[in-house]
Design a protein around this ligand. Sequence first.
Ligand SMILES: Cc1ncc(COP(=O)(O)O)c(C=O)c1O
Length: 347
Amino acid sequence: MSSVLEQSATTNPGHGDAFTTHMVTMSWTEDDGWHGLRLRPLANLAIHPATLGLHYGQVIFEGMKAYRRADGAMALFRPALNARRFQRSARRLAMPELPEEDYLRALESLVAADHHALSDDPTHSLYLRPLMYGSEANLMLRPSRTYEFLVLAFVAGGFFGDTLRPVSVYVSHEHSRAMPGGTGNVKCAANYGPSFTAQRTAAAAGCEQVVWLDSAEHRWVEEMGGMNIFFVRGDTLVTPPLTGTVLPGVTRDSLLALGPRLGYRVSEERVSVDRWRAECAAGTITEAFACGTAAVVTPIGRVVDTGGDWRIADGAMGPVTARLRTALTDIQQGRAADPDGWVHLVP
Ligand SMILES: Cc1ncc(COP(=O)(O)O)c(C=O)c1O
């Protein structure tokens, strides 16, 4: 990724390469369905060069975190939502759905085996990466007849570095992430590779992230790199609706539920990039933030756009963003009540 994103602080384990020592694997065949869930040492995969997923993109994944709580226990956050999103992704790519209980069992056994890798530093977490790919060695242009599922883990620090600071974002008019009828609302590998060009352009413009617009009019803000986006307008939290081109984020869903409890209204509505700029100038949009498992809740300070750059309020993290971030992480890490049973303790 871009140099802007490179993690240099020695205390920050970065995001993506401090792998733990185990992985979980499971296989699917037409005869046996899903079978053979196994915890094993992390090792290279031996795959045939004709592995179908490698050629035709039958690859889906998830991203979630296990948190260390103050009492030392490990917790997952709303894992059933990720399990169901993984099933939706599988359906969209004509892959076999993994039962929710197998998904959960795989995560639990990996966290139980490797939780020692995680210190009690509350800014660190164990990032979990479930992956499924079509594994048949066959280049016919049709769905694979065998699949592999695996989960691996790495210790993650802050996605944007050690200290929480507002990020700059670049509005991409040239590239689109998703289109109606496409795969934007699921989590398949093919959504991410093509985003790297825009990410590079953003980095060259001094930005940490890309803002994706709709692919038809290049007008409506949809999401950011690998995150959902919110605007704060008065006492209302505004986020783009799930029209099929936006990934239904677990964090997005959680903030939409948390908002009203903290006294905010919530609204799922389209916001054009011009309106975003105009409302910042008028002072009606006072904050904007990105949210996702990796980003948690990250303030946006500055927007770079072909129509002109602007700052959001004074460019610093706003009070609503800070409050939502604290409320969410307090539940995730066991410092606040969990009235909806979002936290799943790992046995
Ligand atoms: C494109 C995209 N949008 C949004 C999100 C945020 O989703 P979540 O809150 O479930 O991590 C992600 C991360 O999974 C993503 O890849």
